[in-house]
Write a protein that binds this ligand. Structure first.
Ligand SMILES: C[S@@+](CC[C@H](N)C(=O)[O-])C[C@H]1O[C@@H](n2cnc3c(N)ncnc32)[C@H](O)[C@@H]1O
Length: 321
C-alpha cells in the first residue's frame, strides 16, 4: 500500500528539516514566475480581477481558466526567478539520494532562469521532456494594431511545456554501482523496448479531471503517471511534490504504488487534497504510465461515479500520515 504524507507549509521550511539522502525523486510544477502564487495575486485571481492572472478570451461561448502572464515580469522579478530556483536547488540537493532526478515544469520564456538556478545549486541539467499540447499562449498579432499587421505574430503560438530534468550528481564510480547502492541514477524506461522519450503527446487536462479540482494549473494524470513512473528506476523510494496544488502528482504516485510526499502552502488548496487524491486515483486505475499511446477517454469511468465518490470509500487505497 502506498504511503502518502501531506504537509501544509512552505516547502522550503519543510525540505530544510529533512534528513540527508532521504528522497529518491521529485516531480513538481512550481510557480513559473514566482509572483503569480503570492497571496495578493491569488486573491486577485480568486476575485477574477487584476494582477498577473488574465482570463483568455471566451471561445464559442465557453469561458476559459485564468492564465498567468509572464511577459510582464520586470527585470527585478526575472532576477528573482533565478535566485528562487538557486535557493530551492540548494536546500533540495542534500535531501536527495545521489543520482535522484527532478522534473520541474516551466515555461519556455523562463526556462533558462530555472536551469541556471538549479545548475548554480549543484544539479546536472539533463535536458527536458516536452509536453506537447495545444496551448493558448502566444501567437498574437501586435496589440491594438491587429488589423494593420494581420500576417504577424509577436511570439510563436505555444505548443509545448518543458518539464525540465535535473539530476543530483551520482556519488559512485558508475551509474550501475550508484543504482545498486541508492536505487537512483537512471530513469525507468516505458518498457524494455522503449526508453522514456523527450517529447510526450499530451492533450489539455481532461474535463473529467477538471471536474475534480478547479486549480488553475491542474496537470493531466496521463503525463504525471508517465513522468513519475520514470523517476524510480528500481521501483523503490519516495517521490516529493513540494508544490502539490491539487494533489495530481500525489495521485499519480498513488496509482503507481509509489510512496509520496506533498507540500502545499495555500490553505484552500490544502484542504481539498485528500478528497482530490482519492478521486484522481480512481480515474483510469489500469493506466500506470507504462504506455504512450493510451486514449484515456476510452477507459474513463462514468462521470457521475467519480463525482459521488466519497473519501471514506477509498480509505483502503492509501495510507495518509
Ligand atoms: C503551479 S501550482 C501546481 C499545480 C499542480 N501541478 C496541479 O496539477 O494541481 C503551484 C502550487 O504551489 C503552491 N506554492 C507556492 N509557493 C509554495 C511554497 N513555497 N511551498 C509550497 N507550496 C507552494 C501554490 O499555492 C500552488 O498551488
Amino acid at each position: 500500500m502506498a504511503i502518502i504524507e501531506l504537509h501544509q507549509q512552505s516547502c522550503f521550511d519543510w525540505i530544510k528539516e529533512q534528513p540527508a539522502n532521504s528522497i529518491e525523486g521529485v516531480c513538481t510544477d512550481p510557480p513559473f514566475g514566482i509572483v503569480e502564487f503570492l497571496p495578493h495575486e491569488m486573491e486577485k485571481m480568486r476575485k477574477g480581477k487584476g494582477g498577473v492572472w488574465r482570463l483568455p478570451p471566451t471561445i464559442g461561448g465557453s469561458k476559459r481558466s485564468p492564465l498567468p502572464r509572464f511577459t510582464t515580469l520586470t527585470e527585478k522579478e526575472l532576477a528573482h526567478v533565478h535566485y528562487y530556483f538557486k535557493e530551492f536547488g540548494k536546500c533540495l540537493l542534500p535531501v536527495l539520494t545521489p543520482g535522484a532526478h527532478v522534473f520541474l515544469a516551466g515555461t519556455p520564456m523562463l526556462q533558462h532562469l530555472v536551469q541556471r538556478g538549479m545548475a548554480d545549486a549543484g544539479f546536472e541539467v539533463r535536458g527536458a521532456v516536452m509536453r506537447l499540447y495545444r496551448g493558448f499562449r502566444g501567437g498574437d498579432r501586435p496589440k491594438l494594431a491587429e488589423k494593420e499587421f494581420p500576417d504577424l505574430c509577436v511570439t510563436p503560438r505555444g505548443t509545448y511545456e518543458p518539464w525540465m530534468l535535473f539530476r543530483k550528481p551520482i556519488e559512485e564510480r558508475t551509474v550501475a554501482i550508484n543504482l545498486r547502492k541508492w536505487g537512483t541514477g537512471a530513469l525507468r524506461r516505458i518498457n524494455t523496448n522503449q526508453p522514456l522519450p523527450d517529447t510526450l503527446q499530451s492533450g489539455k487536462t481532461p474535463k473529467i479531471e477538471e471536474e475534480i479540482s478547479n486549480h488553475p494549473t491542474l496537470k493531466p494524470q496521463q503525463l504525471l503517471r508517465i513522468l513519475c513512473r520514470s523517476l524510480l528506476p528500481m521501483n523503490r523510494g519516495t517521490i516529493l511534490d513540494p508544490f502539490c496544488g491539487s494533489g495530481s502528482t500525489i495521485a499519480a504516485c498513488n496509482v503507481l504504488g509509489y510512496d509520496s510526499i506533498g507540500i502545499e502552502i495555500d490553505n484552500i488548496y490544502f484542504s481539498t487534497l485528500k478528497n482530490n487524491i482519492s478521486k484522481f486515483s480512481a480515474l483510469y486505475p489500469q493506466f500506470k504510465g507504462d504506455s504512450l499511446d493510451v486514449d484515456l477517454s476510452q477507459i474513463a469511468p462514468k462521470l457521475r461515479k467519480i463525482r459521488n465518490l466519497q473519501i471514506d470509500l477509498l480509505q483502503g487505497a492509501a495510507d495518509y500520515t
